[in-house]
Design a binder for this molecule. Structure first.
Ligand code: PLP
Length: 395
């Protein structure tokens, strides 16, 4: 039987063995509710919750009181955009996002527009980079939030978060950073970057699904975010609902391990760079998107011109890849990120994302390198469009 090769790690990752070992006793042995302080099991749960908060704060270099547990980035994004909009109504209704944000951000903004929000969409260039001077010019007196991701989930392109944070600080405007793809892949020290609000999801770095954190910086003038979920007073009254302790413990373990191992970023980058160098040499008319800007070390967005990425993937059923954003792969629409970077619909549909993790091996890369060029050659041989390209009739 052919071994299954998983190269869709920006979509989600496997829970690491050590993470599972750490979290599994919290389902059946240590199942107390952290709010039940009247008995030993509850107190034990509260202590585990505090430890997880402390461990995560240590990795992110922030205070544990700045961390709020929830179900992940989508919840955080909804909480922040809707909660800031509600609380800062007196200051204004203007929010700035980039055109390449995750759909959770863009769809949330669409909802807020119906409630009167004014959204400015910052354009990106063909590499996925924003212009800082345009951002500076777009921030107004009534701008209540700048929402710009740390790393793009499709191309891996990084935004200059240090500069964005400094600019927002200088202009007295809140900066919310969606760091869902960044955390767990590269280090980020919140004590050195004045990001006001940040979110992440554990399943992007070998933790469990359905859990994440929202970080809100403690400031002398406190940041106001109206809660999305009202409940029993958990998370300092900010996020109601019993904390999902097994998942939270697993998330803390996954993040701690990743940080201790230097995010394995050198190993992952070497796999990715070798793949890119070889694949572009072996497949004519192929190239990598956002290669000229700082990128995540694990992400390759490969364009195989004149073919559909979905067609290629159907020929490689034992290899998990992604056509455009895996988060929105239910839709057949071409990636909004690639279109925002100025690509044609045809090229966007020819884009195949390969995203690596520390669990991938050089053998797996070698298998992909052996199979992918053959699949492309076979499909192109059957393609009338490719014949026209070869004949120089179209480009
Ligand atoms: N933001 C980014 C950049 C993402 O890549 C994702 C998921 O892929 C999300 C937000 C949403 O994360 P989740 O589905 O864990 O809520």
């Amino acid at each position: 039987m052919q071994k299954y090769i998983y190269l869709d790690n920006n979509s989600t990752t496997a829970v690491r063995h050590e993470v599972w070992e750490t979290m599994s006793p919290y389902f059946q042995e240590y199942y107390g509710n952290p709010a039940s302080l009247q008995h030993a099991l509850g107190r034990q749960a509260a202590a585990a919750l505090l430890q997880a908060r402390t461990d995560i704060a240590a990795v992110l270099h922030c205070q544990k009181q700045e961390i709020f547990f929830n179900s992940g980035a989508t919840e955080s994004i909804n909480t922040v955009l809707k909660g800031v909009f509600q609380r800062y109504a007196l200051k204004g209704k203007h929010i700035i996002v980039s055109t390449t944000e995750h759909k959770a951000v863009l769809n949330c903004c669409e909802e807020l527009q119906k409630l009167g929000a004014e959204i400015s969409y910052l354009p990106v260039d063909e590499q996925g980079a924003i212009s800082l001077s345009l951002l500076a010019a777009t921030i107004r007196k009534d701008t209540i939030l700048v929402c710009l991701m740390a790393a793009n989930n499709e191309t891996g392109a990084l935004h200059p978060i240090q500069e964005i944070a400094a600019l927002c600080q200088a202009k007295d405007c809140l900066y919310f950073c969606d760091a869902t793809q960044y955390i767990g892949k590269l280090p980020l020290f919140l004590e050195h970057i004045p990001i006001d609000i940040l979110c992440l999801s554990a399943h992007k770095f070998h933790g469990p699904k359905g859990v994440g954190i929202l970080y809100i910086r403690r400031k002398s003038k406190p940041i106001q975010v109206h809660p999305l979920l009202h409940g029993g007073g958990q998370e300092l009254n900010f996020r109601g609902g019993t904390q999902n302790l097994p998942l939270i413990v697993g998330m803390a373990k996954a993040l701690t391990l990743a940080a201790e191992e230097g995010y394995n970023s050198t190993y992952i980058r070497e796999l990715r760079d070798y793949f890119e160098q070889e694949i572009c040499a072996r497949i004519p008319a192929s190239h990598i998107i956002s290669q000229d800007v700082p990128r995540l070390p694990n992400t390759s967005m490969l364009v195989v011109e004149h073919l559909l990425a979905t067609e290629i993937m159907s020929q490689l059923p034992h290899i998990a890849l992604a056509a455009g954003s895996a988060c929105s792969s239910a839709s057949r629409a071409p990636s909004h990120v690639l279109l925002a970077q100025g690509m044609t619909i045809e090229k966007a549909k020819a884009s195949l994302r390969v995203s690596f993790s520390m669990l991938n091996t050089a053998d797996e890369v070698a298998t992909l390198l052996a199979l992918l060029p053959n699949v492309v050659e076979r499909l192109r041989a059957q393609s009338p469009i490719w014949q026209l390209v070869q004949a120089g009739i179209i480009r």
